[in-house]
Design a protein around this ligand. Structure first.
Ligand SMILES: [Zn+2]
Length: 94
């Protein structure tokens, strides 16, 4: 049991933001950019339901998207992979 807990701890450490960085804002470790970040989702299935109207035109009714692959986060200035900040970003979207 104890071993399992220790294992969990070490895995968690890997995903955590490196110590020494401000908790409130993320900064690109390569160029110092702290304003523009790009989220890239791979293998996304986007489905949209269209309703055909009486005149033959279509109206999009309902949309749905499913991310099957990895979602990465990149610096908007220098394209450095900052995916380790992605959890932080999803927690800070308001
Ligand atoms: Zn950068």
């Amino acid at each position: 049991m104890k071993k399992e807990n220790e294992l969990k701890k070490s895995t968690m450490k890997k995903v955590q933001v490196p110590s020494g960085r401000p908790l409130g804002r993320i900064v690109c470790p390569n160029c110092g950019n702290d304003s523009d970040f790009v989220e890239v989702a791979r293998n996304v299935i986007v489905s949209t339901i269209y309703v055909q109207n009486d005149d033959g035109s279509f109206t999009p009714n309902e949309g749905d998207s499913e991310v099957l692959g990895k979602v990465g986060l990149y610096c908007g200035q220098c394209d450095t992979d900052v995916s380790f900040f992605h959890t932080h970003l999803t927690e800070m979207i308001f």
